[in-house]
Design a protein around this ligand. Structure first.
Ligand code: ZN
Length: 322
């Protein structure tokens, strides 16, 4: 089994975002945010990982206050919570004032649970820090004044892409598609971790502690154990978010850009003129079109169900690019 890094062990802090998933995405019968949260929390603990930070936006609490049970269950399993805004809008879709108020709104809803964590971490929605340093700076000043530190993402694998295809495969009982989606999900987690580690070595001359993201989805619930095992077999040493945050690559600020879905490490790469890792477009296409089901084509479900209503709530003009 080749190591993630040819240079030796790679330190990885696992983080889980949006275990109460974005409004408007379908879930198979019997699968709820609470089921997913409990499962992921238990899988992590079974692998010896406790004190894992979960960053889940709070918007769905407005319509369904009972979902608070998901946040509570995360803590009951021995993990910690951070602030991930209320609406989960990209900062470029809001003014600095709006975005700061949105952070405060999340604080009002789950602040008493965030309080229980040893450190106060904030994570930008989609790790998007805005299109200008002025706006980014305004938000940074606000989170600092609120006692938070930004916990960026320095390794991810576009795991959102599997959500709708996996829903289709599960509800239609297409086991071949489910297997293909699970296999590609796991292999992409491994390959993208290796690609982010390689990018970090290019940028910083050595391996850095990576802050890895997985979302609270149905397919994550079904594969997280296998992914953690695969990481361990490939030389990953799991560390706390606090330890990862002591590295300047993580606590420093990469220059802003206005692209959608570029994480903190990818922003360093863009500033340095180095190509940043992305999921292979052919694989992305294979995943997005798997297990076709009438009325559930991937792009319309993500756009009409989730992204356009989100832009509307944020008062923004919809301008998403994939
Ligand atoms: Zn998120």
């Amino acid at each position: 089994m080749p190591n993630i890094s040819p240079a030796g062990a790679v330190r990885v802090a696992v983080t889980v975002d949006d275990f109460v998933l974005w409004d408007g995405l379908p879930m198979p019968d019997g699968i709820t945010p609470l089921v997913i949260t409990k499962s992921l929390a238990a899988t992590l603990a079974d692998h010896g990982l406790t004190g894992i930070y979960g960053f889940s936006h709070t918007h769905r609490l407005e319509a369904d206050p009972g979902l608070m049970a998901a946040w509570e269950s995360w803590i009951e399993a021995g993990h910690h919570l951070g602030n991930h805004t209320h609406l989960h809008a990209p900062l470029r879709w809001m003014s600095g004032d709006q975005y700061c108020a949105d952070i405060d709104k999340a604080e009002g809803l789950i602040g008493s649970l965030i309080e229980l964590a040893p450190e106060r971490y904030f994570r930008y929605a989609m790790d998007m820090v805005g299109e200008t340093e002025t706006k980014h700076g305004q938000v940074e000043d606000h989170i600092r004044a609120s006692g938070y530190q930004n916990a960026p993402i320095t390794a991810w694998f576009s795991d959102f892409a599997w959500i709708v295809p996996y829903y289709r495969a599960v509800v239609s009982g297409d086991q071949d598609a489910q297997r293909m989606l699970q296999e590609t999900y796991i292999s992409s987690a491994i390959e993208q971790l290796a690609a982010h580690a390689e990018l970090a070595r290019k940028l910083f001359g050595q391996d850095i502690p990576l802050i890895w993201l997985i979302h609270g989805t149905t397919i994550a619930m079904d594969t997280l154990g296998a992914i953690l095992d695969a990481f361990t077999e490939r030389g990953v040493e799991f560390i706390s978010l606090r330890e990862a945050m002591t590295h300047p690559a993580n606590f420093g600020m990469a220059p802003c850009n206005s692209e959608f879905l570029r994480n903190h490490l990818q922003r360093y790469a863009m500033a340095a003129g180095i190509p940043e890792p992305h999921l292979d477009p052919q694989l992305f296409g294979q995943v997005m079109t798997a297990a076709p089901l009438d009325g559930y084509d991937s792009v319309p479900v993500y756009e009409e169900g989730m992204l356009k209503p989100l832009a509307q709530r944020a008062g923004a003009t919809y301008d998403w690019t994939w």
